[in-house]
Each structure stands twice: as C-alpha cells, then as structure tokens.
Design a protein around this ligand. Sequence first.
Ligand SMILES: [Zn+2]
Length: 67
Amino acid sequence: MSSITTSKVSRWDQHGREHVVLVRKSGGTRQLSCSTCEWRRPAQFLPWLKAEEHLAEAHRATVDPTA
Ligand SMILES: [Zn+2]
C-alpha cells in the first residue's frame, strides 16, 4: 500500500547537531543505519523505536525537530 521504502528518524542533540538514522525496507525486515556513526542494525519490529533508542543512547540526541 505504501510506496515509501526509505524513511528516517532525525533527532537533535543539546548542541543543535542533527543525527539521522535511515530506515530502509529490504524484504520482510528493515535495516537501520546511522549517518553519524557506523551503527547498523536489522529490525523486524518497531524500527523507529530502535532508531530513537540509538540516537538517545549513542548521541544523546532526543529533540524531535518535527515536534
Ligand atoms: Zn549513531
């Protein structure tokens, strides 16, 4: 139904830097990849939640620029 195969989760840290995790659909799973570090991870469920977790834990980026 949705033609969107790539999306992203972006958060800002306290210094105003943007950190982005790309969510790419491949087959039945999704691949997360961080643009700030070399973090890569497959996620079957709740990929956006895992992306948010990584951004918060690895980069202390918790500010949602779209909120
Ligand atoms: Zn990262």
